[in-house]
Write a protein that binds this ligand. Structure first.
Ligand SMILES: Nc1ncnc2c1ncn2[C@@H]1O[C@H](COP(=O)(O)OP(=O)(O)OP(=O)(O)O)[C@@H](O)[C@H]1O
Length: 334
């Protein structure tokens, strides 16, 4: 296979649940060999619904998925041995020990790693004899990961892999994922942790209400967000006493109490202008906070923006219904 050829290709993907609810509404993206692509999104955005289609666990209502050049649903036998799945719920028999679980799984996996290697990869060697039901939530996630890695997959699907892990466990999992990626494994990750996506992903997409709202490298997505400056107005000063905000490259502002919050796409210019003004005026900008655009900002803006759109659409719908019912009343009266 050409190394530039995408390992995962998703085109105009759609998923409709019983009752007609469209959870995935035309999602398209590609993941190249050796790349780590992260899907982020609010609760219910459609991450799991999308990933399950790519894993071949369900048939799309529309669009196309290709994994390693095959349809993962209709050509499951060609795809399954080459991919590793770490689902949100492993669902393994709780009475088996960690070691028995790995051996059972290895029995169904061709070319499986030795048990000791799989357990040591995820730091579970010392828990080999413990029953699954006695593992902590974080240890269960590690076992899920060990099983996903058992067949040395070319493509690894990680659905919220660090949920339930403490800070150290999370760092260890990230280190392992980085190593796997360095060895050429292609990874599709869904996560709620923005720093996880920021630290691991080559590219990412933020899903909202079944659609991709923004995608790109973490740096591209972050750079598309405005930077922020906030401080307390010095006593006796008003916003009009500052230099004209647009002359400092400030594109928006709001004031609550004495705290002024500014938005800018030219952080250095805006910050320098304000600090120079404060220096000359001999005043202190208390509580000064200067921060570049962040992935968190992008995420929150998308969630807020789309909820505003939803609210507007709902209002427009209600207004339309009210108008229609007034209209039909009039027709009735006439
Ligand atoms: N089996 C199902 N039947 C009907 N609706 C479903 C089903 N599974 C999911 N949904 C709905 O589809 C939407 C997307 O759900 P999905 O689980 O894909 O979101 P998600 O982004 O993975 O969310 P989370 O971050 O909470 O895991 C939600 O509105 C959810 O209620």
């Amino acid at each position: 296979m050409n190394t530039n050829e995408p390992v995962i290709e998703v085109t105009d993907l759609r998923r409709v649940y019983g009752g007609g609810f469209e959870a995935v509404r035309g999602v398209s993206f590609e993941v190249a060999r050796g790349e780590l692509f992260a899907l982020l999104g609010t609760n219910g955005a459609g991450k799991t619904s999308t990933v399950e289609l790519i894993e071949g666990l369900a048939r799309p209502a529309g669009g196309q998925v290709r994994v390693l050049g095959h349809d993962p649903y209709t050509e499951r036998a060609a795809v399954r041995p080459r991919i590793g799945l770490m689902l949100q719920e492993g669902g393994f028999p709780s009475e088996l020990t960690v070691s028995e679980t790995v051996r059972m799984w290895a029995g169904c996996t061709s070319g499986a790693r030795p048990e000791s290697e799989a357990l040591s990869l995820v730091g579970l060697t010392r828990r080999a004899g413990v029953r699954v039901k006695q593992l902590s939530g974080g240890e269960k996630r590690r076992l899920d990961l060990a099983l996903a890695l058992l067949g040395r997959p070319e493509v690894l699907f990680l659905d919220e892999p660090t949920t339930g892990l403490d800070a150290e466990g999370r760092q260890e999992t990230w280190e392992l994922v980085r190593e796997l990626r360095a060895q050429g494994t292609t990874v599709l990750l869904t996560t709620h942790y923005l720093e996880e996506a920021e630290g691991l992903a080559d590219r990412l997409a933020i899903l909202h209400a079944g659609r991709i709202a923004v995608s790109g490298t973490p740096a591209e997505v972050t750079a598309s967000q405005p930077s922020r400056i906030s401080f307390e107005l010095p006593t006796g000063y008003f916003p009009g006493d500052l230099p004209p905000l647009d002359s400092l490259g400030i594109t928006g502002h709001e004031i609550s109490g004495r705290v002024l919050r500014l938005r800018t796409n030219e952080l250095q210019r805006a910050a320098t202008g304000l600090l120079t003004w404060a220096e000359r005026a001999g005043v202190e900008l208390r509580g000064l906070d200067i921060r570049s655009g962040s992935l968190e900002e992008a995420f929150l803006r998308i969630a807020r923006h789309v909820s505003e759109q939803d609210a507007q659409a709902e209002q427009a719908g209600q207004a339309g219904q009210a108008e229609q019912s007034q209209h039909s009343e009039k027709e009735h009266v006439a």
